[in-house]
Ligand binder design. Structure first.
Ligand code: PLP
Length: 419
């Protein structure tokens, strides 16, 4: 599943002793395994090899340049959702024709830029957006490919904040609206509306919702074909769940076996947009215990990482395993809250977690932090964003340096009327 493990009592990433990294770069820091990252990408590639899909890594999961470059070098395309992600995608050398662009709120400026850069297609989420892309393409004298994002109205059985394919969510369009668009496609003279997109949510453990959604979408595609409307692309999104605790998510092979027969029948070029599956278990957050605080009710393990570094527990009540970098068998097991230094009671990594009571100064690994970890981090409480480290074998490189206090005030000015 990943390349983080104990050798004796010491914790390793590939063949790199993680504590030795901490001594060099300080804490907290994100640490990624190059091997795990590529292994997970290749698992999907292999599982779907029969149809040779374009696997567009979803940059929102982690857009750190070194990781994205490694995936692009391995043949990945990219799923982007902003002008910033487009900028970074091009910066790592991803060819435009391997980039697909979703988001319910693309601005005119972002749309113009993406057309100029020749992305493969937009995943369009509303009628006004479709009009704007048509108009922008007209101005640039281009014909732009678009896929209509369908909201298939299925329940993916994940956290409500990462459920995206129900009609109460803001994403995509219902079948009727989509059908009207296809019927009136001649109205959009500068668009080639030749794809369907769906993405029903994230951290989906069970295969059934995917199958349900794909079946609905394929029925829709068949109806379009009946009307003489032919497509080129079917983008089935991302959303494959990973193991954080004791989940038993479908494997890439199981997923492929279930959906391949359906996908093959469409004869369309298939796109996938996995994010979490590729990078989630390829990264950890390493943090140091600052204090052990005993209150009347609880024992708090206060660490030097906070919700600004990894917000998933606060935002989604997400579970992350927490392991000591040095295993200690002689310590008592205790139920503790592992919390950060931020002035919010929501700043925690674990609640009532039974673990070997660490000592102050001990180092802990917060596991499965590669996806939606650094990419969702912030400077809240004027905290410097952490550094990121990439390990390969026994070597490592700093792929993002820790921010300085000066970075925290970069771009700010105090106007004269205050001076
Ligand atoms: N595609 C789209 C449109 C998304 O919104 C997301 C995430 O929310 C993804 C792909 C990636 O999802 P995941 O990281 O669960 O694979």
């Amino acid at each position: 599943m990943h390349d983080f493990k104990y050798i004796g009592n010491r914790f390793y990433c590939e063949s790199l002793n993680v504590e030795s990294v901490a001594r060099k770069v300080g804490t907290p820091f994100y640490l990624y395994s190059h091997k795990t990252l590529l292994d997970h990408f290749r698992k999907i590639q292999r599982a779907f090899k029969d149809i040779d899909p374009l696997i567009c890594f979803s940059m929102k999961a982690n857009s750190s340049l070194a990781l994205v470059r490694a995936l692009v070098n391995a043949g990945a395309g990219l799923d982007i959702v902003s002008g910033g992600e487009l900028f970074k995608a091009l910066k790592v050398g991803c060819p435009g024709n391997r980039i697909v662009y979703a988001s319910v709120g693309k601005t005119e400026e972002e749309i113009l830029e993406a057309i100029k850069k020749g992305i493969l297609f937009f995943n369009v989420e509303s009628l006004p957006e479709l009009d704007l892309i048509n108009e922008a393409s007209h101005r640039l004298n281009k014909v732009t490919q678009v896929a209509i994002r369908i909201n298939p109205d299925v329940e993916p059985g994940t956290h409500q904040y990462i459920t995206t394919g129900k009609l109460t969510n803001k994403f995509g369009m219902d079948f009727l609206t989509a059908r009207k668009i296809f019927e009136q496609r001649s109205r959009f003279g500068n668009l080639n509306i030749n794809g369907i997109h769906m993405h029903i949510g994230s951290q989906i453990i069970d295969g059934a919702p995917f199958l349900d959604a794909i079946r609905r979408v394929i029925r829709f595609i068949d109806n379009l074909r009946f009307l003489g409307i032919r497509l080129e692309y079917l983008n089935i999104g991302g959303g494959l769940g990973i193991i954080y605790k004791d989940e038993k998510p479908q494997t890439a092979d199981q997923f492929a076996q279930a959906v391949l027969p359906l996908l093959k029948k469409t004869g369309l070029k298939i796109i996938l947009e996995p994010g979490r599956f590729i990078v989630g278990n390829a990264g950890i957050l390493v943090t140091k215990v600052l204090y052990i605080k005993k209150s009347v009710e609880k024992t708090f393990v206060i660490v030097d990482a906070g919700m600004n570094d990894l917000i998933r527990p606060s935002l989604y009540q997400a579970y992350h395993e927490i392991l000591p970098l040095n295993k200690y068998s002689s310590r008592p097991i205790k139920a503790v809250d592992v919390v950060g230094p931020i002035c919010e009671s929501g700043d925690f990594f674990a609640k009532n977690r039974k673990m070997c009571l660490p000592n102050e100064g001990d180092l802990l690994a917060i596991m499965s932090a590669g996806a939606y970890g650094f990419s969702m981090s912030s400077n809240y409480n004027s905290r410097k964003r952490t550094c990121e480290i990439l390990a390969k074998g026994s070597k490592f490189a700093v792929i993002r340096k820790r921010q300085s206090y000066q970075d925290l005030v970069e771009g700010e000015t105090i106007p004269n009327f205050i001076k």
